[in-house]
Design a protein around this ligand. Structure first.
Ligand SMILES: Nc1ncnc2c1ncn2[C@@H]1O[C@H](COP(=O)(O)OP(=O)(O)O)[C@@H](O)[C@H]1O
Ligand SMILES: [Mg+2]
Length: 262
């Protein structure tokens, strides 16, 4: 079994979900976060996932990113049924194949950019000079070569997100997963992060981004909309109107909440 099958020899879709469900048990109550999601994503695609708050977007990302397992259904990553992988192997595959970017960066406090980015290498057994060099390369790729010794509190929000992106990239993953990556950034900085995603996608990385922002979603080729844990539409982004987008992303409700200050 060769998980690192990013080469053209692998014909399997990078992601294949078949009838995936996720049920959270909350005391006596069951929360059906995903209700039978089937989704195929091919290598090199750029996909946006939209849907109202609570529709299951993060649950889906966590399953795709091997942070969580489905309650039922099948998930094949690069053709491999991940249910067959033990914990250690799963962590290893996650570290090698998947880069994560979160809304709130998830950086370690009091840790330099260089160290943050070296961490995934450390877990993969890459250390010393090679690790230093690769971390620096990744930081240069996100144009932070001048900030390697800065800690999160010495960086702007956009710079912190770029450190997180460098950390996501340093293992040269085949998939970049981003959950509301621009949600905590001003619009200019958000655009810089998006430009970076586009560049990475053009370099062949499969990008999957969760967003409420139509500007972010329209950069993807394909938009998958979730409602109540199910896919309600899956279409090329250019075919989706603003009205359809607003309705599918639960934007109307979102703005109403903001107006009343919730
Ligand atoms: N760890 C958890 N335990 C219990 N319920 C959860 C958990 N994570 C998410 N949920 C519930 O699952 C549903 C989907 O959540 P989530 O995937 O976070 O949605 P989204 O990212 O679209 O806002 C929601 O009803 C949420 O409250
Ligand atoms: Mg979420």
């Amino acid at each position: 079994m060769r998980m690192h099958s990013s080469g053209p020899e692998s014909n399997a879709p990078v992601i294949e979900l078949q009838n995936v469900t996720k049920i959270y048990q909350m005391g006596r109550v069951q929360v059906h976060a995903l209700r039978g999601v089937s989704l195929i994503i091919e290598r090199g695609e750029y996909v946006a996932i939209i849907g109202a708050s609570g529709s299951g977007k993060s649950t889906l990302m966590n399953i795709i990113g091997l942070l969580d397992r489905p309650t039922s259904g099948a998930y094949r990553l690069n053709g491999v049924d991940v249910a067959q992988l033990g914990k250690g192997r799963l962590a290893d595959v996650r570290n090698r194949e998947i880069g994560f970017v979160f809304q709130r960066f998830h950086l370690l406090p009091r840790t330099t950019a260089q160290r943050q980015v070296e961490l995934p290498l450390f877990y993969a057994g890459v250390r010393g000079k090679v690790a230093k060099r690769r971390a620096l390369d990744a930081l240069m790729q996100v144009r932070l070569g001048e900030r390697v010794d800065h800690r999160p509190d010495e960086l702007s929000g956009g710079q912190q997100q770029r450190v997180a992106i460098a950390r996501a990239l340093v293992m040269r993953p085949s998939i970049l997963l981003a959950d509301e990556p621009t949600g905590a950034l001003d619009s200019q900085t958000g655009r810089e992060v998006l430009a970076l995603f586009r560049e990475l996608n053009e370099a062949g990385i499969t990008v999957i981004v969760v967003t409420h922002d139509q500007g972010v979603a329209s950069q993807a080729q394909r938009i998958v909309a979730l409602r109540d844990g199910a896919i309600i539409s899956d279409a090329p982004s250019r075919t989706i109107s603003s009205t359809q987008f607003a309705s599918a992303s639960g934007d109307a409700a979102h703005h109403r909440f903001q107006e009343v200050g919730v």
